[in-house]
Design a protein around this ligand. Structure first.
Ligand code: PLP
Length: 401
């Protein structure tokens, strides 16, 4: 029997020693590194010497430790950190595409990624075709001789659609197209590289860091692609420079140790509330519910120990009720009316009015992204029954239950 993939073990097994035997690696608080011989520095610049640090926009020991941890988690040979998730996404796409190339992207993606593809990349004559990536035929029909990248999120923001990564990877391989997957919503739950993705991206700002105190991003891929990204002459990460600071890398590395525990708890809480609110008669979107269109696909392809994720969406019937509900939930200390996700306290926002507002209204309508939806990133609440009772009272108060 094939060995079950458990990315949590790959985190557990990380063994880093600090400079003085510390149990956490020392922080390399330097932007530049010394050389004893001028010739060695020349060799490093020419890419002929491994393992030497030169300048922290290129690599830094602290970002390398975190990169190694994330590469282990994603089962890739390499990883490069960036100062934000958008820094990871934009540099990846600019590395893979040149003028005249095309991207096929899921139409339900994070609003910033959508805006970059729709409004920014055309300045470089790079065009994006937005399709429903849960329908393989739409991807196949959009492929042209110019297609360089297929892009999707494992679980899409904010509609929680799940893409069939294995099948899309097969299509991409057959056509020699690179397949890039944003795994921000589902760290540990999905392992896109094992399913055939060429590049896996995360916004570390969310679940992976988990404390909403920093932004950060990572690109996980093979050594060849990561080397290309940090090439001193042609690498987008090196030349555009959205580099992560070593202090932040060190703090995220500590937080990642608790990620498996946190993801299990987020998933447990989200499933609990989704089942309860669905029973109460609300329209709930959550991939752990049997009526979710990709529930069975997800069950087949996920790393089963980590659940269906910490995000769920409820329909508050109208935009005004959505706003009223979020204000009431904040008032009752259930969490914060704030964008972002993966925090230890619950965060809620109405994506149609915030993080997905970059997507034009008529396109939001076709994809079912209405202004009445409330996206909830459930926190690590210990007593989820108590949270349910209070949330239900808020819903009763605003008249949706
Ligand atoms: N990808 C997804 C799925 C996101 O939700 C976000 C931000 O909300 C990003 C990428 C961008 O990440 P960052 O805000 O760290 O730049």
């Amino acid at each position: 029997m094939a060995k079950k993939n458990n990315p949590a073990n790959n985190i557990q097994d990380l063994q880093f020693f600090g400079e003085f035997g510390g149990v956490n690696p020392s922080i390399a608080d330097s932007s530049t590194f010394t050389y004893l011989a001028g010739k060695t520095m020349g060799d490093v610049f020419e890419g002929n010497r491994e393992g030497c640090y030169l300048y922290s926009r290129h690599t830094n020991p602290s970002t390398s430790y975190l990169g190694q941890a994330l590469a282990n988690m994603e089962n890739t040979k390499g990883a490069i950190l960036s100062a934000s998730g958008m820094g990871a996404i934009t540099t990846t796409l600019l590395q893979l595409c040149s003028a005249g190339d095309e991207i096929i992207s899921s139409r339900t993606i994070y609003g910033g990624t959508y805006a970059f593809m729709k409004n920014y990349l055309p300045k470089f004559n790079i065009k994006t075709n937005f399709v429903n990536t849960t329908k393989l035929s739409e991807i196949q029909n959009a492929i042209t001789s110019k297609t360089k990248v297929i892009y999707c999120e494992t679980m899409s923001n904010p509609l929680l659609e799940v893409s069939d990564i294995k099948s899309i990877a097969k299509i991409a391989k057959e056509k020699g197209i690179k397949f890039v997957v944003d795994n921000t919503f589902t760290p540990l739950i999905f392992s896109p590289s094992i399913m055939g993705a060429d590049v896996t991206i995360h916004s570390l700002t969310k679940f992976i860091n988990g404390t909403s105190d920093t932004v950060g991003g990572v690109v996980c891929s093979d050594e060849e692609f990561i080397s290309e990204m940090i090439d001193v002459n042609t690498g987008s990460a090196m030349l555009l420079g959205p580099v992560m600071d070593s202090m932040r890398a060190a703090s995220i590395l500590k937080n990642i140790r608790t990620l498996p525990l946190r993801i299990k708890k987020h998933s447990h809480n989200a499933l609990y509330l989704s089942i309860k609110f669905q029973k109460d008669g609300l329209r709930v979107v959550y991939p752990g519910l049997e009526n979710h269109p990709q529930h069975n696909l997800m069950k087949k392809s996920m790393n089963e120990d980590f659940g269906f994720g910490g995000m769920f969406v409820i329909d508050a019937l109208t935009k005004d009720k959505a706003n009223e509900l979020m204000e009431e939930m904040q008032e009752r200390n259930l969490g914060y009316l704030a964008v972002s996700l993966g925090f230890y306290k619950t965060l809620f926002s109405a994506p149609g009015l915030s993080t997905s507002s970059e997507i034009p209204e008529e396109e939001r309508e076709t994809m079912g992204l209405s202004d009445s939806l409330v996206r909830i990133s459930i926190g690590l609440d210990d007593d989820i029954e108590r949270t349910y009772e209070t949330m239900r009272e808020c819903m009763q108060h605003v008249g949706i239950l």
